[in-house]
Design a protein around this ligand. Structure first.
Ligand SMILES: *Cc1c(COP(=O)(O)O)cnc(C)c1O
Length: 422
């Protein structure tokens, strides 16, 4: 595409953008009275303005109805979570029975490992990517030790090749075949948090299954960002948080996916609690556990309604817009950001390097050779909110829901000035 590095051109792209009205549906922080350029939607999405209404509704019901709110609130609390399943299923490419919302991400990965990591003397190894998100690494190690095994003998990390910044699918497939009938589980972050790479989930899932392993995906950076078809790809399970591209607030509830073939099965173990039992008979308080027929069987406790309210507010917007439109804008907006970076690079003579491969979502990770913290501080002071990783990587995620082409243009100007000054 022939982009131009001018304000008029960026504004023209904004004029033609079908999603432009949504920018006003979010609250932006301000620096020196000016709305920031927000690149950290991959870490904490902005607050949709309708969130307040959804929270107020629960607060009012609680004040006016107290315990009666469980069944008589406008949106009764006892099955509040069920309202999230259908719109969320569309975001991840699942049937609504396959999706539930509960707990937080790492907690849910632990719960799902109980069901899907069942090591035997022969089949016990786990394949993941090298330098997985730290929480995932701790989760793996503690799960392996919980089973009385040694993480060093169990966890197989797929490496990037020397001098390369991303993983090759071929290397992952080779590792899967090499581990073969010792392989119990493949669990990778669908979009890598550091370099922004999108893994070929369909191909990797198929390969892992062909050697008899289970496959799970951590979709923290994938959900609300890229196209997902979890059901059709035959993924066994997945989990994600809701506070990154899903804009549902700090530390908020996590979603899970369990493929329908594991629903209504007695041979799939689980850690259970009363909210996983059949709703029709739940309050008979019977001693035996009768599971819900859907992924809610993995629910343990009664739902955190005040957390689910902002998630529901956000999902209403995703439902209205649809992933297809978001992805279309995301591709163009990220391409425009890439173009702007290349323009700035012309002045800085190769001091930049985009380490995100072509298989990408929203995020571009950029090495700034020779520039350090002062440049980052300059950007923040000038109203550009970016994420900095030592020693000198910035991660830029222009979320299509609320970032504009003009933001990208203005960022380029500020970056260029910062490079001259630092
Ligand atoms: C953000 C993120 C997490 C965060 O986990 P929480 O349990 O929500 O704190 C975990 N894994 C990955 C890959 C992430 O990107």
């Amino acid at each position: 595409m022939d982009f131009q590095n001018t304000l008029e051109y960026a504004q023209q792209l904004d004029q033609a953008d079908e999603l432009r009205a949504y920018r006003d549906a979010f609250n932006f922080p301000k620096i020196d009275g000016k709305q920031v350029i927000y690149f950290t939607g991959n870490s904490l999405g902005l607050q949709p303005k309708n969130t307040q209404h959804y929270i107020d509704e629960v607060m009012t019901d609680w004040a006016e109805l107290a315990v009666e709110g469980h069944f008589h609130a406008e949106k009764p609390w006892w099955d509040y979570h069920e309202r999230l399943a259908a719109p969320l299923a569309k975001v991840v490419g699942a049937k609504k029975e396959e999706v539930s919302v509960m707990n937080t991400l790492t907690v849910n990965l632990h719960f799902l490992m109980v069901s899907f990591y069942r090591p035997t003397a022969k089949r016990f190894k786990i394949i993941c990517e090298e330098k997985a998100f730290p929480s995932d690494q701790y989760m793996f190690q503690s799960q392996v030790k919980f089973h009385g095994l040694n993480p060093e003998e169990v966890i197989v990390e797929v490496q990037k090749r020397e001098g390369e910044h991303s993983w090759r699918t071929a290397d992952i497939l080779e590792k899967i075949n090499e581990v073969g009938d010792e392989l119990a589980l493949v669990l990778i972050g669908g979009v890598n948090y550091y370099n922004g790479q999108v893994f070929d989930m369909e191909t990797i899932t198929e390969a892992a299954k062909s050697v008899g392993a289970k496959v799970g995906w951590d979709l923290a950076h994938a959900v609300g960002n890229i196209d997902l078809q979890l059901h059709d790809w035959g993924v066994d399970f997945a989990a994600w948080c809701s506070y990154k591209y899903m804009n549902s607030g700090p530390g908020n509830a996590s979603g899970i996916f369990v493929h329908e073939k594991y629903l209504n099965r007695k041979d799939v173990p689980r850690f259970e609690g009363w909210w996983g039992t059949k709703k029709e008979t739940r309050f008979l308080m019977k001693p035996e556990f009768e599971p819900m027929h859907n992924a809610d069987a993995w629910q343990v406790s009664n739902p955190p309604v005040l957390s689910l309210a902002p998630y529901l507010a956000s999902l209403k917007m995703f439902e209205e817009v649809g992933m297809e439109a978001l992805i279309t804008k995301r591709e163009k907006l990220t391409a425009y950001l890439e173009f702007i970076l290349q323009e700035v690079e012309r002045y800085t003579k190769g001091k930049f390097e985009i380490i995100t491969p072509k298989d990408r979502g929203c995020q571009l990770s950029v090495f700034l050779h020779g520039y350090g913290k002062p440049l980052f501080n300059f950007l923040m002071k000038n109203g550009v909110v970016v994420d900095w990783r030592e020693p000198n990587v910035i991660r830029l995620a222009p979320a299509p829901f609320y970032c504009s082409y003009e933001d990208m243009y203005r960022f380029g100007c500020i970056l260029e000035e910062g490079i001259h000054q630092n």
